[in-house]
Design a protein around this ligand. Structure first.
Ligand code: SF4
Length: 280
């Protein structure tokens, strides 16, 4: 067993102890992980990450340090909890898949939407329908790819509709309250440098601001636990906007993403700066 893996297992044990303190009584683990946990638990229950490590001073011009990727056991444990979660029995009974999230665990940029739709529920991956295709284009327009970022939703199971009713519905306050700790833990483990909230609901959940109007919720920096948060329009809203006003809305969303690129110090070409601007 490598040192890194052993450290990850110790952190997992620490997370389990924390969950027990928080009232969790049962967690489903794979047999392999259980074996590894028992062997490491007998050596040291204290995660080395808690020890103070002096850090070297950084000059203003120093590059952003490489992030330490969350260990597989920590993230896997969280994912396994979500995949077997029954906190919303009506959603657990009707879902095809729990849509936990996907992307790089060392992502500097994280996108957060509201909840999975029918296609995401069927495939178990976030943002893969028409909205997902638009989100992919937005990410590519920033000069990135989907596997360089992390994409997740506030609610991990598709909000169900009565049989015979098509479409999607927004999650209820109760569903959001049950599920948001998974998202918050994902963010705590990934530690992105910037989060983009796709749509009003994701923005409200992450920023805590509930008084913005629909038209005004986007475009200004907020924070989630000290991480800069940029709320912007959801891809599904943008898909519904046609004609010249639709171009204007897309330009607003693109300006939000330009601000994100600046915050991340990504290179921005003149062509990128002028997307959705009508030539004068
Ligand atoms: S929506 Fe979230 S809290 Fe509710 S059952 Fe699914 S994973 Fe659990």
């Amino acid at each position: 067993m490598t040192d890194a893996f052993q450290q990850g297992l110790r952190l997992t044990i620490h997370s389990l102890q924390q969950m027990k303190k928080d009232g969790t009584t049962h967690v489903r683990l794979s047999t392999d992980l259980l074996k590894e946990l028992s062997s490491v638990a007998s050596t040291s229950p204290v995660p080395p990450a808690q020890k103070a490590v002096p850090s070297a001073p950084r000059s203003a011009a120093a590059p952003v340090p490489t992030k330490v990727e969350p260990t597989i056991p920590e993230f896997e444990l969280l994912k396994q909890r979500a995949l077997t979660c029954q906190l919303c029995p009506h959603l657990a009974a009707t879902r095809t898949h729990v849509v936990f999230g996907e992307g790089s665990l060392s992502a500097q940029l994280m996108f957060v939407g509201e909840a999975p739709g029918i296609e995401e529920d069927l495939k178990g991956a976030p943002f893969i329908g028409r909205s997902g295709q638009l989100l992919t284009k937005m990410i590519q327009a920033m000069g990135l790819s989907r596997n360089q970022v992390y994409i997740a939703n506030v609610v991990k199971c598709r909000p169900h509709l009565p049989q015979g009713v098509t479409g999607n519905r927004p999650p209820t306050e109760e569903e959001v309250a049950h599920c948001q700790p998974y998202l918050f833990s994902q963010i705590d483990l990934i530690k992105p440098q910037v989060i983009v909230a796709l749509g009003e609901r994701a923005s409200h959940v992450l920023s805590g601001y509930k008084n913005d109007t629909s038209a005004g919720f986007r475009g200004s920096w907020k924070e989630f636990r000290g991480i800069p948060l940029m709320p912007t329009f959801s891809p599904s809203y943008l898909l519904d906007q046609d004609g010249p006003s639709g171009i204007l809305e897309k330009r607003k969303a693109w300006e939000d993403l330009l601000a994100v690129m600046e915050k991340l110090r990504l290179p921005i070409s003149q062509k990128q700066r002028s997307f959705f601007l009508t030539p004068s």
